[in-house]
Write a protein that binds this ligand. Structure first.
Ligand code: SAM
Length: 440
């Protein structure tokens, strides 16, 4: 395909640069920065835009830096390692404003806070890796890694610079562990999860045959590993190994107000715990004065528990989630922190919960939303019947957030503020909190 020299106008969501070909057509190029002149090769052409690969940076932006990771560009997990961290945050801010102007139709976007991550590397508290037979004759006979960018092949990795150091140490040990060598032909995936309050890790592996308990337990000779689980079929892990692992092998997290959270393997935890604490703090500030709180995607109680613990005028706290294990953890954590009776946690969909609240005529002065990436447009129309004053909507996907905020504006809510939290340095992802208030 042909080559061209283009100027990069801006970065868009996804971390790619937008430029224009000589014929005026938009072209998307990875690993560039606004203002750079670059030589590119067109790799595909659609009706409205083309995609290209970067061949050479002819004039480089001052914020370009040398990416520290040897896998950068092949792995696909990071898109912004070639950008200084300060500039990454500025670019995410520009991208967020652009999305809200275009997709929510706002001329004046009330972005009230931007919170960078205290760690720009080594912030991830879990590693999810594929296991594949090695294509070389060199031992070990397997590779652990991520699926390569634009491919189905597994890229062998020895270390991920985004992951916490303890996770990397467990990853390195797995390559040399005699039992893991024996188990590896049957293992499809592994997940290493950090327990920050103990600086230990748990290991879960997905296996095609039932392993012997003694083999699973022998993995515990890996330094920093506190418990091991495996999944044969379904989603509920077998374990913990050892059977008497403290707290059932759960991970421990110190949260706002010194609460300790206890989380089973595989239950969702926000990726960057330090940034999660900033979000907990902001939610607590914005919830002041509220008495009745409904959390429609409560998970293991991440945001609801500090509110139930300390909100001065708090009276009713109801949280629902479709993951029964997350709800089990919320209840376990509430008990351990002597919060019993302060909150009601139920395994239920947000949709079913809203129907039940409407039927019972129950309303809340604060509703929390934290749905998966696709957003929650199917439940928005019920919110005017249940959300009396505030909605706090946390999202890891600004385009679906902008789409849903636009609907909420049409349903009688005002967008009071947006807060950007850089939960995912080096990648294009960002976490955004939208504060909506019902019009008087
Ligand atoms: C991004 S996570 C957030 C969880 C929690 N707020 C936290 O910070 O840990 C999204 C959560 O939504 C839950 N979920 C997905 N679909 C749901 C639905 N229809 N109703 C209720 N919860 C749902 C998932 O199980 C998951 O726990």
């Amino acid at each position: 395909m042909k080559t061209e020299v283009v100027e990069i106008e801006k970065l868009i969501f996804g971390g790619v640069g937008l430029g224009r070909l000589a014929n005026g057509k938009v072209v998307l190029v990875p690993y560039v920065l606004p203002g750079e002149r670059v030589k590119i090769r067109i790799t595909s052409e659609a009706k409205d835009y083309a995609e290209a690969e970067l061949l050479e940076v002819i004039s480089q932006a001052k914020d370009r830096v040398e990416p520290p990771c040897p896998y950068y560009g092949t792995c696909g997990g990071c898109q912004l390692q070639h950008v200084s961290y300060q500039r990454q945050v500025e670019l995410k801010k520009e991208i967020l404003l652009d999305i809200f102007q275009r997709q929510a139709g706002l001329s004046d976007v009330p972005l009230l806070g931007v919170y960078p991550s205290s760690k720009s590397f080594h912030y991830r508290n879990r590693l999810r890796l594929h296991v594949e037979a090695s294509s070389t004759l060199e031992p070990p006979p397997f590779k652990l890694g991520f699926v390569k960018w634009k491919s189905h092949k597994v890229l062998r990795i020895e270390e991920c610079l985004l992951a916490n150091e303890t996770l990397n140490s467990v990853l390195k040990s797995l390559y040399h562990h005699p039992t893991f060598m024996v188990l590896s032909p049957y293992v499809k995936r592994v997940r290493i999860e950090h327990s920050p309050a103990e600086d230990k890790a748990t290991l879960i592996f997905w296996t095609m045959i039932k392993p012997l308990p003694r083999d699973v337990e022998s993995l515990l000779t890996i330094q920093d590993l506190k418990s091991v689980f495996y999944i044969l079929r379904g989603t509920r892990p077998e374990g913990p190994f050892p059977k008497d692992a403290p707290y059932g092998g759960r991970r421990l997290f110190k949260a706002l107000f010194d609460l300790t959270y206890y989380v089973q393997p595989g239950v969702f935890v926000q990726t960057n715990w330090e940034v999660n604490l900033l979000i907990q703090q902001k939610m607590f500030e914005l919830a002041q004065g509220c008495e009745r709180v409904l959390d429609l995607h409560a998970g293991m109680g991440n945001f609801l528990l500090p509110l139930a613990f300390k909100l001065p005028r708090g009276e009713e706290f109801l949280g629902v989630d479709t993951d029964p294990r997350a709800i089990e953890d919320g209840l376990y954590t509430a008990k351990k922190n002597n919060l019993n009776g302060r909150l009601d946690l139920r395994t239920m969909s947000s949709h079913a919960c809203l129907h039940e609240m409407i039927k019972e005529g129950r309303t809340f002065d604060l509703v929390l939303l934290d749905p998966p990436r696709g957003g929650c447009k199917d439940i928005l129309r019920y919110l005017p019947n249940v959300a009396e004053r505030h909605i706090l909507y946390l999202s890891c996907d600004p385009p679906t957030l902008a789409r849903d905020v636009k609907v909420l504006l049409s349903l009688g809510f005002d967008l009071q503020g947006l807060y950007l939290f850089d939960m995912f340095p080096q990648s294009y992802h960002l976490e955004v909190l939208a504060h909506l208030v019902r019009k008087a």
